[in-house]
Design a protein. Structure first.
Length: 283
């Protein structure tokens, strides 16, 4: 008859346990290697200074596109909204591929794929840990936006909800990119190109409605295009012409989240089957 200790050791590892363990592990690693953590914060700080400088140097004639001309404070609010979402975009898109590269380097990837744990929960845990660390930067940026925009509490809470919804959507997108790292190993350059392209197309620097029609159609296929637009709508207290009605933009973001999650789960299972059939050495 099995002992109580043996029974406790034999219990299945649920996705929730995997998620908690991964978050705990990544937070400890980040704190242990403080120079790397500080370097990440400095990168975001440089970007904040860049947007601050840009808002004082240029003006945007947006009366016909977004319903208002933007100079100084309005431009600062415009860019500040982009920074809020950028913290989570960077977290969701880069964390899974960085985790794959680290596990390949440390030789722990085969261990992860040969044990009965949820790989999806593992990657989601790495993103959640990074998001928790990112709050150190996100919260000050958010508070600055609250005071600068002078929007209502309800509108600023909606900004938080937009950020959270986009983060959940991008978790699946980041996992799909990380699968390229599993199959092709060296894909950092591809991920960097995607990151820069998404940032430019989605309207981080200029309103999407000011782009040529072809570029606009490409931007509509990205989930954070709608996230940027909604954040600016709420930051300006509704005094912002959205691409389409607000309700439909919410529907689009939620749809992206459902579809991307389903696709990432499917692709992750295919990668696991490929590894089992052809050997773990392939990943």
């Amino acid at each position: 008859m099995q002992s109580i200790e043996a029974q406790s050791m034999a219990r299945p590892v649920t996705p929730w346990i995997t998620l908690k363990a991964t978050v705990s592990k990544d937070l400890r690693v980040a704190i242990r290697y403080l120079p790397n953590l500080i370097g990440n914060f400095v990168q975001l700080g440089v970007r904040v200074l860049f947007f601050l400088l840009l808002s004082s140097l240029i003006s945007l004639n947006g009366e016909e596109t977004v319903g208002r001309d933007m100079t100084n404070l309005d431009l600062f609010i415009f860019f500040q909204g982009a920074l809020l979402l950028f913290v989570f975009i960077r977290t969701a898109l880069w964390t899974p591929i960085n985790s794959v590269n680290r596990d390949l380097y440390n030789g722990t990837l085969e261990f992860l794929y040969s044990n009965p744990i949820s790989r999806y929960a593992y990657y989601a845990g790495t993103i959640l840990a990074e998001a928790i660390l990112g709050l150190v930067v996100f919260l000050p940026l958010y508070l600055v936006l609250v005071f600068a925009s002078n929007a209502s509490i309800q509108d600023m809470l909606m900004v938080l909800l937009v950020c959270l919804t986009v983060l959940v959507t991008l978790v699946a997108m980041g996992i799909m990119i990380s699968l390229l790292g599993l199959l092709w190993r060296q894909v950092n350059s591809i991920a960097e190109v995607l990151n820069i392209s998404f940032e430019l197309l989605a309207g981080a620097y200029f309103p999407v409605t000011a782009f040529p029609a072809v570029i606009q159609y490409l931007a509509y296929m990205l989930p954070f295009t709608w996230g940027y637009d909604l954040i600016r709508y709420y930051s300006f207290g509704g005094q912002w012409n959205t691409i389409i009605p607000v309700f439909y933009e919410w529907i689009i973001i939620i749809t992206f989240g459902v579809v991307f999650t389903a696709v990432s789960l499917y692709l992750l299972r295919r990668v696991e089957q490929h590894a089992k059939q052809n050997g773990l050495h392939l990943i």
